[in-house]
Design a protein around this ligand. Sequence first.
Ligand code: NAY
Length: 289
Amino acid sequence: MKGIFTALMCAFDEQGNIHEKGLRQLVRHNIDVSKVDGLYVNGSTGENFLISTENKKRIFEIVKDEAGDQVKLIAQVGSLNIDEAVELAQFATDLGYDSLSAVTPFYYKFDFEEIKDYYNTIINSVDNTMIIYSIPALTGVNMSLEQFGELFENEKIIGVKFTAPDFYLLERLRHAYPEKLIYSGFDEMLLSAAVLNVDGAIGSTFNVNGARARSIFQLAQEGKIEEARELQKVTNDLISGILANGLYQTIKEMLKTQGVEAGVCRKPMKQLSADKVKVAQELAAKFLS
Ligand code: NAY
């Protein structure tokens, strides 16, 4: 379960339906071209919070069917509707997903006891493991070192996807829980996290930049920091361009230049203007050769 995991996009058609052929191509591109170690399915990048339970299940099915056992698969099942989270956890476990993940419950200001109960309820309902998905900038949920430790007391909670720029907390977590899996969540900070000895990374831009991300991670592990820094610089030039143009939409347009029918993003995300499509194509020409 270590290494570079792509936070998989999902291809949708203009009506917002799953574009199955495009989704299968996305899976193949990540496995065959980018050669990543695993896929993180139905996360933020998969537009999970914009789709129905049925669509979430269908995406889990298609991805497992296409990927088989070629790479590790993590199913993000987190939901404010805890019954849905449990249902999805059972569904993905039955399909053979290697691990589950759940975003911290958001919107309402849940206290820590409630967050802990949420994780234990989901994971104790299935024969699988859980990776906490922590992304404070989007959820508003900041957990302390001690609170992570309390969640980790459940042996089925095996790690955390740490999508935050708090490198002090990241270092403390690494030090305190050497046996837990820690994944870096911000692609633009991959090298810094790798230096702190994380076990892997999960990222949206790996859909197009997976090979470079793998190299950064490997170089850092070999102590070749100068070379890794150079690749992180190129990566961050690319990420700056993507973020300025519209994150998920731009990645989809870049994938289209690689022969992947990545479709469009679901509403309320808007589609790119013609000018921005051109910017995405220029980014692809510059960075994906
Ligand atoms: C997810 O669930 O898809 C992720 O959180 C993947 C991590 C990404 N975060 C978001 C919110 O998209 O890859 C990052 C991020 O897109 C990237 O670092 C650019 O900021």
